[in-house]
Design a protein around this ligand. Structure first.
Ligand SMILES: [Zn+2]
Length: 85
């Protein structure tokens, strides 16, 4: 495994699975509702990667589309499956 492709968003297998289970519209909505401390408001996350916490939550990390600062979004399991209940 090489680490040289740093700029390509990477997902762990688990994160890919959870992310893939969500509807495209939901994914877009989640990415467009990320809080950026630097901008002081809601922004869109770009160039993100994802991993799954031990709690089962899907954690996305990426960059603010406006200022380029790192931003993160944790999607709780209940949020992931809200559509299915
Ligand atoms: Zn920002």
């Amino acid at each position: 495994m090489s680490n040289k492709d740093n700029h390509i968003p990477r997902f762990t297998d688990e994160a890919t699975y959870l992310w893939g289970m969500m509807a495209d519209e939901r994914r877009k909505l989640l990415l467009a509702n990320v809080f950026c401390a630097k901008c002081g408001g809601v922004t869109t996350m770009v160039e993100f990667s994802g991993e799954v916490h031990s709690s089962g939550a899907l954690a996305l990390q990426g960059l603010c589309c406006q200022c380029g600062d790192p931003v993160a979004r944790v999607i709780e399991t209940g949020e992931l499956f809200r559509d299915r209940n």
